[in-house]
Structure formats: structure tokens, C-alpha cells
Design a protein around this ligand. Structure first.
Ligand SMILES: [Zn+2]
Length: 284
């Protein structure tokens, strides 16, 4: 699929993908409940020799006049060790970008799934400490409440345990800032409630003068979602809402000619309405 673009600008805002790695997923875990003749063609092109879809984990480093922000924090070392997959490499990607962890002034968490928050803390057990010790950490209040409630459906309980492991040390350090509704969290960086994938899932809008970009996070789970915005995943807590949110974000991006980036997209691009979905134009 060619070399994806890693860096782009939004007016004076500089954005850079800082890759955490790639994880193989069962196709059914990304796009499920569909007749194979429908998904087969789109998905079979993507699978590796294990029959898994390679899914990138792509946090975004954002440099504004106000400082450095990081959107999502990768899977962390525990998940890398447990899965044996090449993820958890955000620290190396930041080092390669010449950025030290204590230079990050703001961490924005799109949501609290393991692949997004596993890199929030370093260390083990009670010695866990925030990996970004000088950053204010923004998360949707609904997201924080959902994953720390201790009242999750059985399939999701392990993810709640993991979310608590990482979020509580950040909260104890006084660095966690749960937010409600749409708001600007730094000059040019606005969080927008985008529920469905999870209850408090956030999209992150970047703006500088007339220029716009939107980090859709997991409102789009992979490139096939552009042509098939109705395809949903068992990871979505509300699948119908996930599809509605996806279309709202992509409609707005198409209208506003915004650059679209996403955690599980290979690189940034733009969208235009096409047939029952969208046409995806990767930046070159
Ligand atoms: Zn994800």
C-alpha cells in the first residue's frame, strides 16, 4: 500500500505519527456480523499469512505554539509481552522524533481501550508511575466513569481492570483531567464527544487559521470503514451509535476539507462522499 505519510501540518500546527507498532487482528474482531461474500473481498486483500489483519497503532504528536501534545499512548510493554506482537514501541518513536517524555505538556486520551492507554504508565504493580510526568491528561468524564465503574459486562471486565491499572496512578499524581462536552483543551486542540466505539470516546479536532484536521481515533477502525461506514466491531460498546458517529465525523471532514487521521489508519488523508460511504485519498 506504499509508504504512508508520517508528518503533516495544519496551518502552524505540526503533526507527526509516532508509531507504537502493529498488531494482528482476527477479521471478525474488526468487522463482524456480515455475510462473508460482503466482507470477503475487502478484507481478504488485507490479511497476512496468519489470516490476521495487520492493524497499526498510531498515536499522534502535535506541536502547537503552546507546546507538545500527544494523542493516545500506545499499548505498553505488558500487552507487547503478552501478545508477542511488535507493539509498545511509542517510547522509541518519541525518541526518534527527538522528544523526551517530560516535554509532553498535554496527553489527550481518545478512549480507555488497552491499545490506547497501555503506555500511560511505566513500572509494575504499586510502583507504576505516569510515563508523561509533566502532562495534563485529558479524558472524557463518561469514559473515565465507565471503565473505572467496576460494573462492566463480562467480556469487557479485563479491559476495565487494565484501565484502572493505568488511570489511577495518573489520577493519584494529580495529572488526570476528565472533561465533559466539546471544548478546547489547548490552543488549536478541541475534543469532541464521539461516542459509540466506547461511551466517552473523543475525536480531536485541530485548527490553525482556516486549516483543519480531525483525529477520528477509533471512530474509524481501518481503511475498509471508509467504503463501508456501516461495518462495526464487537469492540464497539454501541454498534449503531458507532456507525452514526463515524458518518457524522466523516461528513464534517468532507464538508470542511479537513485532513483525517486515525489511530488505526496507516496515514493521514482526506475523504469525499462516494456511493454509500466515502472515498479515501491518502496524503502523498
Ligand atoms: Zn484502538
Amino acid at each position: 500500500m506504499g509508504e504512508a505519510v508520517r508528518a503533516f501540518t495544519v496551518g502552524s500546527v505540526e503533526c507527526r505519527v509516532v508509531p507504537d507498532g502493529v498488531m494482528g487482528y482476527e477479521p471478525e474482531s474488526l468487522y463482524s456480523g456480515l455475510p462473508p461474500e460482503e466482507t470477503g473481498l475487502a478484507v481478504s486483500r488485507l490479511v497476512d499469512d496468519r489470516g490476521l489483519v495487520p492493524v497499526p497503532y498510531h498515536p499522534l504528536l502535535v506541536r502547537t505554539a503552546a507546546g507538545l501534545a500527544l494523542i493516545d499512548t500506545g499499548a505498553g510493554l505488558a500487552i507487547a509481552e503478552e501478545s508477542g506482537e511488535p507493539v509498545g514501541r511509542l517510547p522509541q518513536a518519541l525518541a526518534a522524533a527527538g522528544v523526551a517524555a517530560d516535554e509532553i505538556a498535554l496527553v489527550v486520551l481518545s478512549h480507555a481501550h488497552p491499545d490506547h492507554i497501555g503506555g500511560l504508565t511505566a513500572g509494575n504493580g504499586r510502583s507504576r508511575r505516569p510515563a508523561f510526568p509533566r502532562a495534563r491528561h485529558v479524558i472524557g468524564r463518561a469514559e473515565y466513569q465507565y471503565w473505572t465503574s467496576g460494573q462492566l459486562p463480562g467480556d469487557f471486565a479485563w479491559m476495565g481492570d487494565l484501565a484502572r491499572q493505568h488511570l489511577i496512578p495518573v489520577e493519584r499524581a494529580g495529572l488526570l483531567d476528565p472533561v465533559e462536552g466539546e471544548q478546547e483543551v489547548a490552543p488549536g486542540i478541541r475534543v469532541i464527544p464521539a461516542p459509540g466505539h466506547t461511551p466517552g470516546h473523543l475525536a480531536i479536532a485541530l485548527a490553525s487559521g482556516p486549516h483543519h484536521a480531525i483525529f477520528v481515533a477509533d471512530a474509524v477502525l481501518g481503511e475498509p470503514n471508509f467504503a463501508h461506514p456501516d461495518w462495526t466491531s464487537p469492540f464497539d460498546t454501541d454498534r449503531a451509535q458507532a456507525a452514526r458517529t463515524r458518518c457524522q465525523l466523516l461528513d464534517a471532514a468532507a464538508r470542511g476539507t479537513a485532513v483525517v487521521a486515525g489511530y488505526h489508519l496507516w496515514g493521514p488523508g482526506t475523504v469525499e462522499p462516494h456511493a454509500d460511504g466515502y472515498h479515501w485519498n491518502p496524503l502523498r
